[in-house]
Ligand binder design. Structure first.
Ligand SMILES: Cc1ncc(COP(=O)(O)O)c(C=O)c1O
Length: 348
């Protein structure tokens, strides 16, 4: 009889991840790129007839790692690739934590850290952010952590953390400190140039957000060659498929698209915030392509009402410190107008 007693003990309380029936809806719930699929990647995928997919992809994505090395001014030995940065996070926990180990992360933050920590038998310790959603540096350093996870800009709050706070945590910890820069392109200020200076610093990045390739699942991390070598021994060989790798290599060559994306976001973000605030939302400052806002009406009713009008946004209102909050991906001007119109109808 299949029941949960047969399941790995550390995961028995797990539920499946967020999985809405999108069905043609306007997706302002996953912070993907509202300009549509990456054009350089699309061009690279237009003709795949020469691809010898009878063979495996390069075991450890050498072509993409070489490209990343040139792009970031590091060596290919400083990079590990994965099927999305979620796979990189999984590899990090598998490489640097054992059963019972503590993983420190801020709260509120990206839920996958807690998930992987628990999955691998660890103990996630969540340290509350302050009233301005900034880090409690002493609190983050207090537990005897095997790994410290910090997304900057943070999801779902949208703000980035103070550079001096992050440096202080990296310098004062002798364990891997992971800065998750999934939204790094929007903020601009990256920690990747510091990975040779601090050998415990690991910076994760994704092609899912500004690079507009979420469906192709490509992520990577930059770190010291020593850390990359350890992670490479744990990573599933061939985990990044050759189609996605080819698209990522092409996408890195088209930085104009990234510039356009970031400029569009910077232009539309304050307009969306102003429209929401005009209806009584409290918007929190964002360095990313989304805005967290406290709803003036019941958050569930708002999210459900928007869904009925064909717009998906993400409800965080049930989480501690995020009571009543909803996260909106910043859209194009037309998308934002449609969203604001629908909110106005619901708020009345
Ligand atoms: C902070 C953060 N890190 C990592 C990811 C995972 O991205 P992916 O696995 O698509 O690379 C996300 C996705 O929402 C995110 O918000």
């Amino acid at each position: 009889m299949m029941d949960r007693s047969l399941m790995r003990e550390s995961a028995r309380h797990f539920k499946p991840y967020y999985s809405p029936d999108a069905d043609g809806a306007l997706r302002l719930d996953t912070n993907t790129n509202v300009l549509g699929p990456n054009p350089a990647a699309a061009a690279a995928l237009a003709d795949l007839s020469c691809l010898d997919f009878n063979q495996y992809p390069d075991t450890y994505s050498r072509p993409l790692r070489r490209k990343l090395a040139g792009f970031h001014g590091l060596s290919e030995d400083n990079f590990v690739t994965g099927s999305g940065s979620d796979e990189i996070i999984d590899i990090l926990f598998k490489t640097f934590t054992d059963k019972g180990d503590v993983a420190v992360m801020p709260h509120p933050s990206y839920s996958i850290y807690e998930y992987f920590s628990e999955l691998h038998g660890g103990v996630p310790v969540k340290v509350d952010l302050d009233d301005g959603f900034q880090l409690d540096v002493e609190g983050m350093l207090a537990p005897d952590a095997a790994i410290i996870m910090i997304p900057s800009p943070n999801n779902p709050t949208g703000n980035s953390f103070r550079r001096e706070d992050l440096i202080s945590i990296i310098e004062r910890s002798d364990r891997p400190v992971v800065i998750d820069e999934a939204y790094g392109e929007y903020h601009g200020d990256s920690f990747i140039p510091l990975v040779e200076e601090y050998d415990n610093l690991i910076v994760t990045r994704t092609f899912s957000k500004a690079y507009a390739m979420a469906g192709l699942r490509v992520g990577y991390c930059a770190c010291s060659a020593a850390a990359a070598e350890m992670m490479t021994c744990i990573r599933i060989p061939y985990s990044l498929n050759m189609v996605s790798e080819r698209a990522a290599v092409a996408a890195l060559e088209d930085q104009d698209f990234i510039t356009r994306t970031v400029e569009m976001t910077e232009k539309n973000r304050p307009m969306l915030a102003k429209g929401l605030e005009g209806m009584g939302f409290r918007c929190f400052p964002s360095d990313a392509n989304f805005i967290l806002a406290r709803s003036p009406v019941d958050h569930r009713g708002l999210v459900d009402g928007l869904k009925e009008r064909g717009i998906l946004v993400r409800d965080f209102g049930h989480r501690r410190l995020l009571e009543g909050c909803v996260r909106f991906t910043v859209g194009t001007e037309e998308m934002n107008q449609r969203l604001l119109r629908a909110c106005r109808e619901l708020i009345g």
